[in-house]
Write a protein that binds this ligand. Sequence first.
Ligand code: PLP
Ligand code: MN
Length: 378
Amino acid sequence: MSVPPPARVGDSVAEIDTPALVIDLDAFERNLDRMARFAHDTGIRVRPHAKTHKSPSVAHAQIARGAVGQCCQKVAEAEVLVHAGIHNVLVSNQVVGAAKVARLAALARHAWIGVCADDPAQVRAYGEAARRAQVDLHVLVEIDVGAARCGVAPGDAAVELAKLIADTPGLSFEGLQAYHGSAQHIRGHRERRAAILTAAQAVQLTGEKMGAAGLDCRTIGGAGTGSFRFETETGLWNELQPGSYCFMDADYGRNLDEEGKEKGEFENALFVASTVMSAVAPGRAVVDAGHKASAIDSGLPTVWRRPDVEYAGAADEHGKLSLGAKAAKPALGDRVWLVPGHVDPTVNLHDWYVGVRGGLEDGVVECLWPVAARGAMT
Ligand code: PLP
Ligand code: MN
């Protein structure tokens, strides 16, 4: 059984049933335009990350503005993207297991497919699958630039792996994956930049050693919404992978800019629409969006443009609002707009995006986009 969308095209905002995942299309498009302008002005390639949006509709909007393709983390996400006509997809991750690798190779019959490796056994598995499917897989060596997640050590270990890729029929060596995940939410601007400049030393060293070994890094990829300006500034990376910028979230909103202000350069464009379902207790109200509607791994959602109201606690299906002393008390049935703490896992909780044109106050539903890769985990 498929879940029906919580609104119809042409509905007023007030008619959207809740909880619902709502895109403010005007803010969303301004975010896409801002990143496209940055890419144009600096000459860098942008390959936005579909782990955030899981939606071919969003991907097409990014590619229409000059993005070179998409990143994703999972083969199942890549399948959704390729089947929706996106012909340039990098799985910015390790793909492990014969069945998954075979699916990845099968996709390469229909699209340019890149993938990462940090282990010789993995390179061999990619090679076997590519030869069996008679395709070419583009493999990036992932190096650990400070996040202590996946990736070989920068330098000689990366060169060894790159040689193996280059020597493996069915594979072509594409370059380096150098993503610094743990730097993205370092709050201080100076400290965040310093983390990327340290990562840049690892990239530079590895790039030089690759060059000395006669290996050409066509792509040096990495960067997220919190850091992409810094990777660009170094001149070392040539492809950016920001995901969250298209929607923003409360956690990214807490990153500080150069002046120490909590003002993200992108606008909040994704909201969880909720409804007050209980307002009997003094100083408190309860909305119908708990942590099954808005992910709380990076902090609770915040209440949009209501600094006097705090989202103070999430249960499965209940969100508890704590009202400031002078706050006007929301009434039963009132609409409350929540800004998710973390967009990526929030999107994965919903089947539909409701796209609204003309603002959250009196806009109109313009589109309903399926979260097509929702739950695409394999
Ligand atoms: N690249 C990789 C490999 C990632 O894992 C992520 C997010 O975790 C991103 C890019 C995009 O990050 P963000 O959503 O913070 O822009
Ligand atoms: Mn994220």
